[in-house]
Design a protein around this ligand. Sequence first.
Ligand code: PMT
Length: 214
Amino acid sequence: TTGPTREYLDPVRYISNDSSGKQGYEIAVALNKLGVKTTLITGPTNLIINADIKIKKVVSAKEMFNEVKKTLPVDIAICAAAVADFKPIKKNKNKIKKNQNSFTSINFEENSDIVEFLGKNNKNRPSIVVGFSAETENLHKNAIIKLREKNCDIIVSNDVSKKDSGINSDYNRVSIIDGNGNFKVFKRSKKSFIANKIAKVVLDKLLIDDRNFN
Ligand code: PMT
């Protein structure tokens, strides 16, 4: 998955974030180059898709979740999307008026957690589930908590507090962390470079896990 999701309040207004979809797209490109049949489920972005990848476009977290479910079974799931954790309970049918007295607060409900659904899915669990962790503080600690809570095999932690990398940048700074707490740290690099590293770690893990030890 990649990109943001949009959670609409009325036909023209929504809650979202600045994710460009680049990091997830570059991972799909890297896997595709290595011969992995890849589907990219993407929220609304301005990405120009050059690679020969199957694309499924969605808008809301709910739509993204449904597309993910439809795409199963898969061997590898990599969830780089910046999915909205919450959505407004009510979407107004018409554009909310400025003088609409009742509109003083928004009530939210939680969206389903897609990567957690994948990680804990007994029937159709992908062999490798990779989550991302976007944080502005306690990067490693919070990433490891997410890895455990969502039952991921790998989590990619990135610092989204910096202007020169992370969300909506061509660059990223990440740590790739596995279930044993081992981590590889990558200093500020192009997202395409980081994508190649993530693809390699994931495929190595898939091949090692698949090996038949006698
Ligand atoms: O898109 P770019 O501009 O290239 O930026 C890339 C990125 C910074 C957005 C990306 O590298 C990244 O960190 N993506 C995850 C952003 C995020 O939502 O992080 P989180 O820590 O809030 O979520 C943890 C994990 O749960 C993520 O894998 C997320 O996809 C997943 N999640 C979250 C909520 C939800 N309802 N469903 C989910 O699957």
